[in-house]
Design a protein around this ligand. Sequence first.
Ligand SMILES: NC(=O)C1=CN([C@@H]2O[C@H](COP(=O)(O)OP(=O)(O)OC[C@H]3O[C@@H](n4cnc5c(N)ncnc54)[C@H](O)[C@@H]3O)[C@@H](O)[C@H]2O)C=CC1
Ligand SMILES: O=C(O)[C@@H]1CCC=N1
Length: 270
Amino acid sequence: MAIEGRLGLVGGGNMGAALLGGLLAKAVIEPGRVVVVEKDAAKAAALGERFGVETRAELAAMGRVNVAILAIKPADVAACAKALGPLVGEGGLVISLAAGVSSQTVAAELPPNLAVVRAMPNTPALIGRGATAICPGRGADAAAMQTAATIFEAAGRVVVVAERQMEAVTGLSGSGPGYVYLIIEALADAGVRLGLDRPTALSLAAATVGGSAEMVMRSGQHPAALKDQVTSPGGTTMAGLAVLERAGLRGLLMDAVAAAAARGAELAGK
Ligand SMILES: NC(=O)C1=CN([C@@H]2O[C@H](COP(=O)(O)OP(=O)(O)OC[C@H]3O[C@@H](n4cnc5c(N)ncnc54)[C@H](O)[C@@H]3O)[C@@H](O)[C@H]2O)C=CC1
Ligand SMILES: O=C(O)[C@@H]1CCC=N1
């Protein structure tokens, strides 16, 4: 399915650019129908050059769009939505990616004829391997949800959740790439510590994380069953796992996801 009309992306930072890259790579919309509003001139120029999209420094210069995506800081979303309202065509759709900002907060600033969807993507969207949760806000009927799903499916997996689950999603998959990159870096460091050269260690670490994730998704097996297949009795893997269990890796990850989810809820309170 393709996106109808003109798409406005407000904020061409890390997440906005990643989403744009995924969208254009899957050709759900041509670059000529995309306008990026990015106030940082250097970033705007780089995006225009890289993706062949129109760029504007200010929202007022965006022109009319049918779908708008807000990829700016949570604290700026309400004011931006207010200014955006008159620029989105009748029956249009506004999608907010901002962590912690409820769809009601966005809808309250927009005319009633516009539908609102809240989304939480992640940065692997750039290579079409993102994970996004979307939830319907005010006026988001099946067609609006389908449009949102089409946009984020171009950037990877999409799940539909209830809005009350969005903070959990933010803590898990929205912030999750950050945890995984830290783990990859740490595994690579560990290899270097034992004498591997840096490029070899990093390549092995990243391929191990990527391959293991792919196994979970493709095999349909529980991660515990896959883990059992790596652990020869009395062998090396169990020696390593015992260290991780003693250090409380599971509890640490649970606390990290909960802290990020709580931070999303805090942002909502601002
Ligand atoms: N980075 C991530 O992994 C994810 C971020 N998000 C959400 O996406 C939003 C953006 O986050 P990032 O991309 O990380 O931030 P960022 O700081 O990299 O990007 C924000 C961009 O918006 C621009 N900007 C700010 N106000 C503007 C305005 N009024 N008009 C035009 N451009 C404006 C800034 O110059 C900047 O380039 C946040 O609300 C965040 O919660 C959601 C999921 C994942
Ligand atoms: O760190 C953040 O606030 C954003 C939202 C989810 C991922 N990055």
